[in-house]
Design a binder for this molecule. Structure first.
Ligand SMILES: [Zn+2]
Length: 104
């Protein structure tokens, strides 16, 4: 039975996003992959992250997530503070709904 030999000192790897062969040092480590390197190169990862952060919808998702976490875990916060957070959350959701309606 033939087994594919894995070289931990792999020198290059082809990025599955930009399809460019790059040095192993151009990839982040990722223990979940077979070769221990992330399938996207650092550059592609960075660009994807930037795009994600610049996306308005994702911005909204992130702030809602943050608020929800505060509401769920911040039990010691006062009722006023929690109400404030809830009102802000409601405003974000309302704005998002309006934006979707405008698009139609
Ligand atoms: Zn790439």
């Amino acid at each position: 039975m033939r087994k594919t030999v894995h070289h931990p000192d792999q020198q290059t790897k082809v990025c599955s996003n930009c399809r460019t062969e790059k040095e192993a040092s151009r990839f982040h480590c990722n223990r979940r992959t077979a070769d221990g390197l992330s399938s996207w190169c650092k550059q592609c990862n960075r660009l994807a992250n930037q795009r994600y952060r610049n996306d308005e919808r994702n911005q909204l998702k992130l702030s809602v997530k943050k608020l929800l976490r505060k509401l769920v875990h911040g039990r010691k916060r006062s009722r006023e503070k929690r109400l404030q957070d809830l009102r802000y959350l409601a405003r974000l959701v309302n704005e998002a709904i309006e934006r979707v309606q405008e698009q139609n």
